[in-house]
Design a protein. Structure first.
Length: 300
């Protein structure tokens, strides 16, 4: 439980490095930035207080509308997803001088905290880098070790949306594998209202050829515009990840795609992680060379 007297004391001066006071509710990226600022001290807890204005020497309590924990849960969880390590938080409404404040209390961490995303990126390389950082954050969180594909996709999608992309998950678009109805794609990403990329994800515990082929083929039917690049993302739970990657990379390099394959590149991984692998296949789509990235992240 958040101690009201602690908040009152911290608000009495602007010198408290472990308190950040703001007037309005914030978007997840801004929340993450201010949470890191509130934790940039040796104090055991950092506080983000909504409903105050910074004046000379102290904070003036102005108040905000009462916010339920359930309503605050989603933006706070997304903000925490942007931070490199898991953090313990509490949040609640506190009445000071008959005005409501919404307070987020975050327990400080012994680990180095950072937010390593490029915000509002436009390039293909920047997007892939952001996606890899998101995958590494997911990989480090025990909560997702037993999660469903949809739960993992939600985590990745929330991060991408928070850093500037427009997302639609499970969007009905293109054609299904039967060719009769619009199919459901996992994550459809747009930029400036134009199609940017498609991410098709899957949980894997082996190189299941038929299952993998179905997902690979879906990507090109979902992408009706012909994006410059799309992504096949696999959440992998295997004992021997190196052996899995060898078989998986050979399989996707030799698959008979709906769009002709020109070449494959298995050595584009400049990140050097042992538990996350990346390669790409290059395809000829209506006379234009397009790229399909294949990213496999090991889930322990």
């Amino acid at each position: 439980m958040i101690n009201k007297d602690t908040i009152v004391n911290l608000l009495s001066t602007t010198k408290s490095k472990n308190l950040v006071g703001v007037g309005l509710e914030l978007k997840p990226y801004e929340l993450a930035t201010l949470i890191l600022k509130a934790l940039d001290s040796s104090e055991n807890y950092g506080y983000l207080v909504m409903g105050v204005t910074k004046v000379i020497g102290y904070y003036e309590v102005t108040g905000v509308s009462c916010t339920t924990k359930e309503r605050a849960k989603k933006p706070i969880q997304t903000a925490l997803s942007l931070i490199s390590s898991e953090l313990e938080i509490e949040c609640e409404n506190i009445n000071i001088n008959d005005k409501n404040l919404f307070v987020i209390q975050v327990k400080n961490s012994s680990e180095t905290l950072s937010m390593d995303f490029i915000r509002n990126p436009n390039s293909q390389n920047d997007f892939i880098r952001n996606l890899i950082v998101a995958c590494l954050n997911l990989q480090a969180r025990k909560l997702y070790s037993e999660a469903s594909e949809d739960e993992r996709n939600d985590y990745i999608g929330d991060i991408l949306e928070a850093i500037g992309y427009d997302l639609k998950d499970q969007t009905r678009r293109g054609t299904s594998s039967s060719g009769k109805n619009s199919g459901e794609l996992d994550i459809y990403v747009s930029k400036d209202r134009l199609p940017f990329t498609v991410i098709e994800a899957m949980n894997l515990n082996s190189v299941n050829s038929d299952y993998i082929n179905k997902h690979l083929d879906k990507i090109f039917s979902y992408d009706t515009a012909g994006n410059q690049f799309n992504i096949s993302l696999a959440y992998v739970n295997v004992a021997d990840f190196n052996s899995f990657w060898g078989k998986y990379s050979d399989h996707v390099a030799n698959h008979d795609y709906p769009v002709p394959i020109i070449s494959s590149e298995k050595n584009i991984d400049t990140y050097g992680y042992s538990e996350l692998k990346i390669m790409k296949t290059n395809h000829n789509r209506s006379g234009i060379e397009v790229v399909l990235y294949h990213i496999c992240v090991r889930i322990h």
